[in-house]
Design a protein around this ligand. Structure first.
Ligand SMILES: NC(=O)c1ccc[n+]([C@@H]2O[C@H](COP(=O)([O-])OP(=O)(O)OC[C@H]3O[C@@H](n4cnc5c(N)ncnc54)[C@H](O)[C@@H]3O)[C@@H](O)[C@H]2O)c1
Length: 418
């Protein structure tokens, strides 16, 4: 089949590669000419392990053709960004642009799938928009002569190629025939089970999955703030509570980051603004946790006259270079903006200071050993493997703040933990 994948980012490029490897002729479309240029010149982004190599193979063989324009195909898959606007509503402008590009190419019997995460009802609205542009693709009863579905992504950055194929998927069409058509398309390359439903349920399912994670993390974060207030060690407390056979409290941290979990719960709020009190409150708790950890670091820094603060890790989770919505980066940036002191950034996964920090004269990159030597306050923000055991290496007279915001005094020589 001819497949057009629109949007070649974290989701779209691996999908285009997997589709090309499973025998489809794939056109990979992106409006960012840099993305297309680098794919055409064989210079592949190191987003995922082996992705560059596999993308090179399929572009060299012609199975994947990168392009900046949409063209006729049997199947169109949309994987463009759906960021959050300032008013906490979904910015669907890129999905709308993709639909504008698909409209003139669409023919009866084609399948249009939205993989981008969207508020409930978006797929139906996009189909209505396509029919407005192409009334010739409506039956006399007003039904679309093309198929349409939502099939949300569940991939984990760092394991996208495996999970794209191996994880169960929810596939929801705007009508039963569309569901069937989409299930048949995905069964060509997904080895996990395909669960058929309707488009609205599929949209809601993705949002609920991420809201569920957000609520669980918020609970752990709230417990950790309560513990600090009552002078109880949160790590020990959660470890003890989890000895209960039916309790599983997650590890608290400096907030929630990444492309999905801090964003998608707001799409649920947008879909039915009056209902979600728990989901809204969890989001606010996780946002507050970032500010709270920032406050703890500033509190530790205030014990020194000209504090030097080491920020260990900027990525939103351990062992990746992804800074999107990262609470660690936000904390580092706020420390700089509030002129809390001299900031040393240790981020082994990123070769240079990110743009968000580059303009601050008292912020610089540092190696771990130099940071441990120079800093008065060492704030572990992201638990990268390079920082394992760091809490036992902080010299006496310095302060260590863990990702959860707990303040620890440095350890005297001879009493250091291994
Ligand atoms: N990254 C993830 O782990 C993940 C997981 C599940 C779901 N999602 C969802 O998938 C969607 C895509 O996310 P992503 O992480 O791949 O985004 P991304 O930012 O990595 O990539 C999106 C790509 O789309 C391109 N683009 C923007 N507008 C375009 C247009 N009109 N036509 C063609 N290309 C266009 C951009 O240039 C970019 O290269 C989002 O809705 C996201 O919420 C992402």
């Amino acid at each position: 089949m001819n497949v057009c994948v629109i949007g070649l980012g974290y989701v779209g490029l691996p999908l285009a590669v997997v589709l090309a490897r499973s025998g489809h002729r794939v056109r990979g479309v992106d409006t960012d000419s840099e993305v297309i240029r680098s794919l055409q010149s064989g210079n592949f982004p190191g987003l995922e392990p082996t992705l560059g190599f596999l993308a090179g193979e399929v572009t060299a063989s012609g199975a994947l053709v990168p392009s900046n324009s949409t063209a006729a195909a049997d199947v169109f898959v949309v994987a463009v960004p759906t960021p959050l606007r300032r008013d906490h509503r979904a910015d669907l402008s890129r999905v709308a642009e993709a639909m504008d590009a698909i409209a003139p190419c669409l023919e009866p019997g084609n399948l249009v799938v939205i993989e981008s995460t969207v508020p409930v009802g978006t797929t139906e609205r996009m189909v209505a928009g396509l029919l407005e542009k192409r009334p010739d693709l409506a039956s006399p009863e007003g039904r679309a002569l093309f198929y349409s579905a939502h099939c949300p992504e569940r991939v984990l950055p760092g394991r996208i190629l495996e999970e794209l194929v191996g994880v169960d998927r929810v596939v929801g069409g705007t009508d039963p025939e569309s569901t069937q058509k989409a299930v048949s398309f995905y069964s060509g390359f997904v080895k996990g089970t395909l669960h058929a439903t309707d488009a609205r349920t599929a949209e809601m399912c993705k949002l609920v999955e991420n809201a569920s994670r957000d609520v669980s993390i918020a609970f752990a974060n709230e417990v950790s703030m309560l513990c600090a207030r009552m002078d109880i060690d949160a790590g020990e407390l959660i470890g003890l509570a989890n000895r209960h056979p039916r309790v599983n409290i997650l590890e608290p941290g400096p907030g929630v980051g990444g492309h999905c979990i801090p964003v998608d719960p707001w799409f649920l709020v947008e879909s039915a603004p009056r209902e979600p009190s728990l989901i809204r409150s969890a989001r606010k708790t996780n946002e507050r946790k970032t500010e709270w950890v920032l406050g703890r670091i500033r509190e530790a820094a205030s014990r020194f006259e000209n504090p030097v603060i080491a920020c260990l890790g900027l990525a939103y989770k351990p062992n990746v270079n992804d800074l999107r919505e990262s609470p660690s980066l936000r904390i580092a940036r706020r420390l700089c903006a509030l002129q809390t002191g001299e900031i040393l950034v240790v981020e082994p996964n990123i070769p240079r200071l990110p743009r968000a920090l580059a303009g601050f004269p008292r912020c610089r990159r540092s190696g771990l050993e130099e940071a441990l030597k120079e800093a008065d306050v060492v704030a572990l923000l992201t638990r990268h493997r390079e920082f394992e055991g760091i809490e036992g290496r902080i010299p006496a007279g310095k302060i260590f703040v863990d990702p959860n915001g707990t303040i620890h005094d440095g350890v005297e020589e001879g009493k250091k933990r291994s």
